[in-house]
Design a protein around this ligand. Structure first.
Ligand code: AMP
Ligand code: ZN
Length: 120
């Protein structure tokens, strides 16, 4: 059972700890938001909980209040990036079929232009 403790080989735990640089957009007591290194839209940020959970399913099961905090923070990041009024997309990739590559849960926040239909 996951307990949120930092994992030694986790890229996003290292970003949270300041051991690997990132362009930080916003921070709260519970979360860190930073620019995606390979943006798929004019604005593409990632929001991670400071605590380590592998993906959205594990987070929802083990720390539902923190899952809620991530969604609340997505709105704050969108406002800070100036994309809240026109709209944005929030994505959680979970495991293989979704193409998850970093196994520290993160919300993608994408916007700044029309994004096209999902999955096309
Ligand atoms: P996912 O495929 O949902 O696991 O997304 C992982 C995301 O992390 C991808 O969009 C990558 O571009 C992004 N990423 C990987 N390494 C870094 C990094 N060092 N700083 C910021 N974003 C990163
Ligand atoms: Zn981690």
């Amino acid at each position: 059972m996951a307990d949120g403790q930092p994992q030694p080989d986790c890229l996003f735990c290292k970003i949270v700890a300041g051991e690997i640089p990132a362009t930080v957009v916003r921070q709260t007591e519970l979360t860190v938001a930073f620019k995606d290194i390979n943006p798929q839209a004019p604005v593409h940020d990632l929001i991670v909980p400071r605590a380590h959970y592998a993906n959205a399913a594990e987070l929802a099961a083990e720390a539902p209040e923190l899952a809620a905090a991530l969604l609340v923070e997505a709105r704050e990041v969108a406002k800070a990036e100036g994309i809240a009024a026109d709209g944005y997309r929030t994505v959680f990739n979970t495991d293989a079929h979704a193409g998850q590559t970093v196994f520290h849960v993160h919300a993608h926040v994408l916007g700044g232009d029309f994004l096209g239909r999902f999955g096309t």
